[in-house]
Design a protein. Structure first.
Length: 243
């Protein structure tokens, strides 16, 4: 004879499994019958905004000083887009951007294990930047992914420029101010290309390889760099999330 408590437990389990199966079937039918409109792309929006991050590698082209080498530089900020057509966007942003180069100094004390390293000096520049861009993209090629390319200009306003000797042993780095030796503002031009991956009606991730260079000499005619000409060069990966 079945105990009353076991009977109630078995009955409850049966009712629960029956309800779960019915709910699963109802949800499956509802999802199957819902219209799926993947054409509602964010590219249809006239106005949108996003966040941008760049991991780049920068240097300075100076014919009178061939001892610059490439160093990593980062940047990031906000960007807004106006899209008169789904395949064309005009963008403007506001970002903080690093520039500069490593400086190859003479090895005055040769040998292993001494503090005289030829790769410890950095020329660092920080700017507030306003990028202006034109982006063209293809229709969807596969899995909501498009190819795209951009070109534009960047207006940079200098925040600070320093020459730094990195004292690895004790952390007491040596800083030399170079802010007064660099133009307070200058323009860059850039080109980029890559892919745009969209989550329909949610977000677009743009992954671009970007190259840029300053359009004029960034050194001031007076001061430490007098008589020299330096142009900034950069390349790297830029990630932009657009909403």
């Amino acid at each position: 004879m079945i105990d009353a408590r076991k009977f109630l437990l078995l009955s409850a389990l049966f009712l629960f499994s029956f309800h779960a199966q019915a709910q699963f079937q109802a949800d499956t039918n509802w999802l199957r019958n819902q219209p799926v409109d993947l054409s509602a792309s964010l590219h249809q929006k006239k106005w949108s905004w996003g966040l941008s991050f760049t991991q780049g590698f920068t240097t300075v082209e100076d014919p009178a000083f061939p001892d610059y080498f490439v160093k990593p530089s980062m940047g990031g900020g906000l960007v807004g887009y106006y899209s008169p057509f789904p395949l064309i966007s005009l963008g403007v942003g506001y970002a903080h951007q690093q520039h500069g180069a490593g400086i190859l100094m003479p090895d005055r004390v040769s040998g292993v294990g001494n503090g005289d390293s030829t790769h410890r000096t950095r020329f660092r520049m920080n700017t507030w930047s306003v990028p202006i861009s034109l982006t063209a993209r293809t229709p969807v090629l596969w899995d909501n992914t498009r190819l795209s390319a951009s070109a534009g200009l960047v207006h940079n306003r200098l925040v600070r420029a320093t020459q730094v000797y990195l004292s690895i042993e004790d952390g007491f780095h040596t800083y030399t101010e170079r802010t007064d030796d660099i133009e307070s503002s200058f323009w860059e031009q850039f080109y980029s290309a890559g892919v745009e991956i969209e989550v329909p009606r949610s977000a677009i991730l743009q992954i671009h390889y970007v190259v840029s260079n300053s359009r004029s000499n960034v050194y001031r005619s007076e001061g430490y760099f007098a008589g020299r000409e330096g142009r900034l060069l950069a390349h790297g990966i830029r990630l932009t999330t657009r909403f």
